[in-house]
Design a protein around this ligand. Structure first.
Ligand SMILES: [Zn+2]
Length: 278
């Protein structure tokens, strides 16, 4: 890592030379900037060294966290004090670089980071195990509505660019805590379209030209859904929605839904809840 005199507005760069990779910071910002400059820019350039490329400016259309870890063309005043990696940055890294089969479209899929990034509609959710080497974490969801409107969910935004045509599906591991009741689960994936406009001259992958200027369609549309499948008590049951073809878009606002039994039935355990692309 070294300091150097760079153009005004350039915060740093990563030199991905195989033999001598380097992380270079703009001496002017490093001297005057402090705090957010260091942990935003150093993390950004380190991720370049690991192979990551640029995302858009905003984190999530759902939460408007800003900026993302791999953002570019962001004004200095928009650096925030947040230090944790944000949801859409984690999803972007999972999508591009996960070692799991298929491209992964969710963050914190195993609840090893508690309930971060997850929410519940018409129900309550708790983290049923603290995690660790011997005791893997999972989510316990207790539905309070109907089987049609009670679900655990995660919403996220991902710029995919002009990738070739792809298929999406939802994948859930589910388990019943009690054999006294029949527990049924549905996996579903809903989408809204993300469009960019204009060209801001910054470098993005896959033909994207300005993901800092996005438009999101108003309503979620159901893309893929499984039947309500009975899950086991003693072991995890995999519930998958069918692979469904989607057309090429600038990006996607995706919502995964893990539906549980209607109110009156017992809780449902969820683990490895994710959406996949292939
Ligand atoms: Zn960069």
């Amino acid at each position: 890592m070294r300091l150097d005199a760079l153009d005004d507005g350039q915060y740093g760069y990563a030199d991905c030379d195989d033999q001598h990779p380097a992380l270079v910071l703009n001496v002017d910002y490093a001297t005057a900037g402090g705090g957010p400059y260091f942990y935003k820019v150093v993390r950004h350039e380190l991720l370049h060294l690991l192979g990551a490329s640029h995302t858009g400016k905003d984190d999530s259309a759902a939460t408007a966290d800003n900026p993302v870890t791999m953002a570019t063309c962001v004004s200095y005043g928009n650096f925030t004090g947040a230090t944790a990696i944000d949801r859409d940055s984690e999803i972007y890294l999972n999508w591009a670089y996960s070692a799991l089969s298929n491209r992964q479209l969710k963050s914190n899929i195993g609840y090893e980071n508690g309930l971060a990034d997850w929410g519940a509609s018409n129900g309550t959710v708790s983290n049923a195990a603290t995690g660790g080497i011997y005791d893997s974490a999972y989510a316990s969801y207790y539905p309070t509505g109907t089987s049609a409107d009670s679900f655990l969910r995660q919403s996220m935004r991902l710029w995919t660019g002009n990738d070739s045509s792809v298929e999406f599906r939802a994948v859930i591991n589910a388990r019943s805590p009690s054999s006294a009741t029949t527990t049924r689960v549905r996996a579903a994936l809903w989408t809204r379209l993300l469009s960019e406009s204009g060209n801001n001259g910054c470098a993005y992958p896959r033909g994207l030209q300005n993901p800092n200027n996005e438009t999101v369609t108003a309503n979620y549309v159901l893309v893929s859904q499984s039947a309500a499948e009975t899950v086991s008590t003693g072991s995890w049951t995999s519930v998958n929605s069918p692979w469904t073809s989607v057309s090429v878009r600038d990006g996607w606002h995706l919502q995964l839904r893990a539906y549980g039994n209607s109110s009156g039935d017992y809780a449902v355990w969820f683990d490895h809840v994710r959406a996949e692309e292939r």
